[in-house]
Design a protein around this ligand. Sequence first.
Ligand SMILES: [Mg+2]
Ligand SMILES: [Zn+2]
Length: 194
Amino acid sequence: MTQNKMKKKEHNSAAVFLDRDGTINVDTGYMSDPEALELLPGAAAAIKELNLKRIPVVVVSNQSAVARGYATEEQVESVNARLIELLDAEDAYLDALYFCAHHPDDGCVCRKPAPGLIDSASEKHSIDTARSYVVGDKRSDMELARAVGATAVMVMTGLGEVELKRSEKAPDFAAADLGKAVKWILAQMENETA
Ligand SMILES: [Mg+2]
Ligand SMILES: [Zn+2]
């Protein structure tokens, strides 16, 4: 499922790629019930800040629950629709949302840390990945950032604290939550254009 509100631009733009579970919403495990979806505090406000600055926000999410038989693809789509609805209630939106429904053993090109989701998004929406950011709570999100040459930002929500301790390589920045991550990213972007 993709949601596309982005306008075609002459130059490729820097984007913020966001993990879903544990980064935007509370991670309750393989999520199949849209009614159970709960945004993390400050997540919608953080996304709104990016929206106001016209910085593309693209969700990239592993949803192996589908391949594992814990959720149907339709259920994952309805959870995503609920996410968009909850964000909309706080005047925030996603420019696009991509997910991988495969099993880790499938060897697909889209399950993070493989770059398939970001590759598709970047081609479709003219994104410059080297100037972009990946925010997530897992090592696989940080590995994804490195795979596409983006800046890796780890949030301490979700599994972040545990995953940070297990990381061999430190992320470019560790943020308490998505709000703090976005503040740091915006400061980096301003430095870049200054
Ligand atoms: Mg996550
Ligand atoms: Zn996949």
